[in-house]
Write a protein that binds this ligand. Sequence first.
Ligand code: PLP
Length: 395
Amino acid sequence: MYDEDGNRYIDLINSWGPMIFGHAQPDIIDAAQSALVNSSSFGAPTEIEIEMAMLVADLVPSIEKVRMVNSGTEATMSAIRLSRGYTGKDKFIKFEGCYHGHGDSFLIAAGSGLVTLGVPDSPGVTKGTATDTLLARYNDLEQVQELVAKYKGQIAAIILEPVAGNMGLVLPEKGFLEGLRALCDAEEIVLIFDEVMTGFRLSLGGAQEVFGVLPDLTCLGKIVGGGLPVGAYGGKAEIMDHVSPAGPIYQAGTLSGNPVAMHAGVTMLNLLKKDSNVFTRLSETTEVLACEMQKLFDAADIPLCINRIGSMLTFFMQNGPVRNFDESKQSDLVLFGSFFREMLERGVYLPPSQFESLFISTCIGSSEIDQILGATTDALIKLSLSRQVSQDRKP
Ligand code: PLP
């Protein structure tokens, strides 16, 4: 990737996920360009939207019916509305540190870890909205069970990132997803997996395929549009049939499913489908990167905990383990900032926050890994020196 001044970077963000084959993949560009000459939007369904729906339903294990929207935010907002309309209940549970886009009801502060009613996180979110959002700690099934018991019969949905990427990368512990599934079944709560990041990145069937736990509804984004503005939500036909015009729960979008985005997205999914080895290759590259980075930090005696799955990973500036938002926040943020800047100086574009995941693309090969490790070695020498200086200065 090149910036406005022509500086070259190895991109480890990849537009926060969708650029799984790197930027300007020729087949995706061709597909979008050839669709564009016919029109960028008709405001009516086209055949490619049907092809997309069939493909998504074929690839994602829990999806029987799917609705295309324009972003991940629209997908999660619509999935919550659908859950409420379907169950006739108002409240839902989200997890501290999980991000589901900028819909009002999701912008609720991560509390102190206690089970509590949310408070607005962003100005403009009303207290009334916040009241219906309940917070729980990621990987803490017991806390969720307590919440469900306390608000018995009032909870429409539990929504989570089945692998959390927005507090840095945090994996679900054994039994967590299974426990949520059982709880939702017992209490008639809609289980929503927000796979906006993990869908088509961890595997063709997303995290639900990797962990073998199926949600009732799934939210998709990013990769499903091949880098164009696309989102989707889908799941059991029995629930999706409540969306208008088949059912009474309203949701619509003039540009949803527009042919340019659909052509780009279908091409992306077909490329992934055709390249049966792609997820293994991405995972192997990422594992090498993680192992070598850990060695460099250990040698420099700087604490580092790496969480990784497939081609997603986070370098936490701490000893770990990191299993939830509270633990993620224990990281040395000043050190992270210095490391980020040193790496940027050396042409490596990391996410500019500790609370994000890196996304590796197929463009990262052994030569790029060598460059990243070279930059890390130099950055760590500089950081070790400045840590030494600040320690020497302490009285
Ligand atoms: N859900 C998750 C898990 C995300 O990571 C994001 C964005 O990063 C969203 C939802 C929102 O998607 P968008 O930015 O397309 O609105």
